[in-house]
Design a protein. Structure first.
Length: 105
């Protein structure tokens, strides 16, 4: 296995392709370049890094979308729900006032 193959497989593993990582580790263990315990440790380390990278990417995308929506002046779900509650309360007050005006006539 050339260094390019190793780098390619490591890159694929870093991009969330766990089967490539397992193949890479299995190849290295079979060739005697890694012990099984070293292979297991590498799998765990790379899995943890891939998970952290995925979490970071998710957070970055969420932040990007939120900032974009904010710049577009689009209300958040919480803001819409707050307005819905205010409308419901105001509608109830209007009905009550209409009822008291109708009763006074």
């Amino acid at each position: 296995m050339t260094i390019n193959d190793l780098m390619h497989k490591a890159l694929m593993a870093g991009l969330g392709v766990p089967e490539k990582l397992k193949d890479l580790i299995d190849d290295l263990v079979k060739k005697g370049e890694l012990s099984e315990s070293q292979g297991a440790k590498l799998v765990k380390e790379w899995s943890d890094k891939a998970s952290k990278t995925g979490d970071d990417l998710n957070k970055g995308l969420t932040d990007f979308v939120n900032k974009t929506l904010e710049k577009m002046n689009i209300p958040t779900r919480d803001e819409v729900e707050k307005l819905e509650r205010k409308i419901t309360a105001l509608s109830a007050r209007v009905k009550k006032l209409e009822g008291s005006i109708g009763a006074a006539d």
